[in-house]
Design a protein around this ligand. Structure first.
Ligand code: AMP
Ligand code: MG
Length: 315
């Protein structure tokens, strides 16, 4: 079983574990990450094994700042401007990979590009101390809900990680927004904790891409997000045997209700969503109904995750 430490006390133990090629559960402002030294091929292989993640789905490399990022990826002017505006923060930037930079091949899944992020907090401090990027997807078994507390990580992967750092509940609570920079263009690959509107306010119009690379593999289906309960989105009414995820004024009649945000605040809703989904899975209900969430701001990312949960296709 893994050892759990508060973030400040456990820093040296976590660093040692990373140097040894072990996995560490690390809090970030988005969700908890399943962290390994991104330059250690064996350590990175453990991430894929422990999560049951398909090897062609590349990982985000977390860095201590734009200087470290530029050792691994080529940053055109637009990418530098994005980093300057939004790092540290919930934005991952995909750029061309620097050949022979020392990153483990499995991190980039053999693509000629690399996804880099400078997170807020202890993950960046660990990368700085390690003097190498830290590869980290969300610290959950592929198919399960992303963890936003150390307890979530312990319950799911406690026997697979050496150390878990407990930094309390994540401030944002949703995975990072992923954009790809292609010359002058910025292409949105995944909605996340930084809204497209905020990026556009700073950078001008960005393109909406398709989420790439696509995760499709025979046999992976069972590992896709399969809530123990069916999830019904955009619900206008609720059955007596259903639990309700409310937004704003709750519908009447559910057997259990949790409100994402009484005040219809999308930041609060994003922050609470994964924890509420987990709670309601254990409520004894036969299904979960979710009230409509507006699609602007962080609502776009919330709706993306809810849709995946309803379809059984998360990671
Ligand atoms: P996560 O699964 O939350 O760790 O998020 C990683 C996301 O970044 C996934 O959607 C990946 O497909 C995406 N990603 C990572 N590296 C790349 C890359 N080089 N090109 C495109 N997308 C990437
Ligand atoms: Mg994930």
């Amino acid at each position: 079983m893994s050892k759990v430490f508060s973030s400040d006390i456990g820093f040296d133990v976590a660093l040692e574990a990373l140097r040894d090629g072990a996995l560490v559960g690390v809090p970030t402002e988005t969700v908890y990450g399943l962290a390994a030294d991104a330059t250690n091929e064996q350590a990175v292989a453990k991430i894929y094994r422990s999560k049951g993640r398909p090897s062609f789905n590349p990982l985000i490399a977390h860095v201590s700042g734009v200087e470290m990022a530029q050792r691994y990826g080529a940053f055109p002017e637009v990418a530098l401007k994005l980093a300057d505006a939004f790092w540290p923060g919930p934005l991952t930037i995909v750029v061309p990979l620097n050949e022979s930079c020392g990153i483990a091949d499995a991190v980039t899944a053999g693509l000629g590009t690399i996804a880099l992020r400078h997170p807020l907090g202890i993950m960046a401090d660990l990368a700085e101390a390690l003097d190498a990027p830290i590869a980290a997807p969300s610290a959950n078994t592929s198919g399960k809900i992303s963890p936003t507390t150390a307890q979530h990580v312990f319950d799911d992967l406690g026997d697979k990680v050496a150390v878990i750092l407990d930094g309390g509940a994540c401030a944002v609570g949703l995975e990072s927004t992923v954009v790809k920079v292609d010359g002058e263009k910025i292409i949105l690959l995944r909605e996340g904790g930084l809204s497209a509107e905020l990026i556009e306010a700073q950078m001008g119009k960005i393109e909406r891409g398709t989420r790439a690379p696509k995760v499709e593999a025979p046999g992976m289906l069972l590992k896709h997000y399969a809530p123990r309960l069916p999830l019904r989105i955009n619900a206008k009414s609720v059955r007596a045997d259903e639990a309700l995820i409310a937004f704003g004024t709750p519908l009447d009649g559910a057997m259990a209700t949790r409100n994402l945000s009484k005040d219809e605040n999308l930041e609060e809703a994003a922050n609470r969503m994964f924890a509420i989904m987990k709670e309601l899975e254990d409520s004894g209900a036969h299904g979960i109904a979710v009230q409509p969430i507006p699609h602007h701001g962080l609502g776009a990312a919330i709706n993306d995750r809810l849709k995946r949960a309803a379809e059984g296709s998360g990671d």
